[in-house]
Design a protein around this ligand. Structure first.
Ligand SMILES: Nc1ncnc2c1ncn2[C@@H]1O[C@H](COP(=O)(O)OP(=O)(O)O)[C@@H](O)[C@H]1O
Ligand SMILES: [Mg+2]
Length: 391
């Protein structure tokens, strides 16, 4: 069957569950191609809502509102994987949901996700399900320390995680994850972290943006470098793992696979995100087709776009911490000519909150990294180039 016959064409309306920056950049890509965008979330004046044609504000468990929302669009996608399963199921009554509720169900829960990966024979960090402090002690005996305890659901940006170095940490770690279903994971002394953002079309075509190197600070992505400076064989292995995951999950859409690369050059899958990913933000400026346009194309049943990267790139996140001494110096940062500024329209800058990012495009990844870091430093430096002293 030709893919064209199923295509949802420009002029149609796309529904987005969730309303953060991923939905905002999706909406920008969609509106550029003549689509209308409706967004649904419990919040108002959201990063996505500011760009969408219609912003619906209702709780995710207001299933009547979800059904009404889905009836007003041609297809529903999501930008946030913690949308409850019932919400996706309710939306599915009135419009196709892509990726499917099944993909959401597996990837929004660490235990289900890791079990799926392990059963598929894919390499994952050793893990155990933990339901109490005593189970935590037993799991730690089996896995060894140090280890990381992560809540099974609702984790992002390092939230819902606690590192455990000795049995003295068991009690506080259990409290830190909210005394709820959790996963204990062996600590990986990795060489690097990389990710592969990949996409799969309605008719099963696969494409990817190669391997990106990711550097985290306090469990939050800080810098991404594309392409990652890892051996070609590592890139190929990572891409093959990503391909297998998208096929086994039968994904229609974009999905990111985060990996640890250990000191022996072995890859371990850390986690999956069934949507565009922070480590793929550089594609907005550096690639023929961004991850957001690719999401649009896949959920609409259009052919995949070219993923060719036109220039090496580096991305630096802008967290709310940068606002602690007042508004960052945007003019200074934009003076670095090869750097693009992205801000998400969030009015409250909390520490650790993703407020925007910078992407540098240069002839080499080293240059792009240096430029993006220089531009970010300029945001909080005074005119002499020294860091402003907190008031
Ligand atoms: N098992 C681990 N070993 C070493 N570092 C880890 C481990 N798990 C997580 N981390 C670090 O914390 C970061 C965030 O953890 P992750 O599981 O990806 O959660 P999130 O959903 O918050 O992104 C990882 O990218 C990595 O830097
Ligand atoms: Mg992660």
């Amino acid at each position: 069957m030709s893919i064209d016959r199923k295509a949802i064409l420009p002029g149609s309306t796309i529904g987005v569950l969730g309303s953060g920056q991923l939905g905002r950049m999706f909406a920008m890509a969609a509106r550029r191609m003549g689509y209308r965008v409706h967004t649904f979330s419990p919040d108002e004046d959201t990063p996505t809502g500011q760009v969408a044609d219609v912003e619906v504000t209702a709780p995710y468990d207001d299933l009547d509102a979800v059904r009404k929302f889905a009836s007003s669009v041609s297809v529903v996608t999501f930008e946030f994987e913690n949308v409850p399963g019932e919400t996706a199921a309710a939306a599915a009554c009135c419009a196709p949901v892509r990726p499917s509720g099944d993909v959401l169900h597996i990837t929004q829960h660490r235990l289900r996700e890791k079990t799926f990966l392990a059963k598929a024979g894919l390499p994952v960090t050793a893990f155990r399900r933990v339901m109490s402090v005593s189970e935590l002690a037993e799991a730690a005996r089996q896995i060894g320390l140090p280890a990381i305890l992560k809540s099974a659901g609702f984790g992002y940006d390092g939230k819902g995680q606690a590192r455990i170095y000795s049995p003295a940490d068991f009690e506080s770690a259990w409290q830190a994850v909210g005394e709820t279903e959790a996963v204990l994971e062996a600590f990986v002394d990795f060489e690097r972290e990389i990710s592969v953002v990949a996409a799969r079309s309605l008719d099963g075509q696969f494409t990817h943006y190669g391997a990106v190197e990711n550097r985290h600070e306090n469990g939050i992505l800080d810098i991404s470098i594309a392409p990652a400076g890892v051996p070609e064989q590592v890139v190929q292995n990572a891409v093959e793992i990503a391909r297998e995951i998208l096929e086994k999950l039968d994904v229609t859409g974009v999905l990111c696979v985060e990996f640890f690369l250990d000191k022996n050059g072995r890859l371990l899958v850390n986690e999956l995100a069934p949507r565009p990913h922070n480590s793929g933000h550089f594609t907005f400026d550096a690639n023929i087709t961004s991850q957001f346009e690719q999401q649009l194309r896949t959920v609409c049943g259009l052919p995949l776009g070219s993923v060719v990267q036109l220039t090496p790139a580096a991305m630096a996140n802008l967290l709310g911490d940068l606002w602690q001494d007042g508004e960052p110096d945007w003019a200074a940062a934009t003076a670095v000519a090869d750097v693009k500024l992205h801000l998400y329209g969030k009015s409250i800058a909390r520490p650790g909150r993703k407020m925007g990012h910078l992407t540098a495009l240069a002839r080499t990844t080293e240059q792009a990294l240096a430029d993006v870091q220089r531009a970010r430093r300029k945001l909080t430096a005074d005119s002499c180039g020294t860091k402003t002293v907190p008031r």
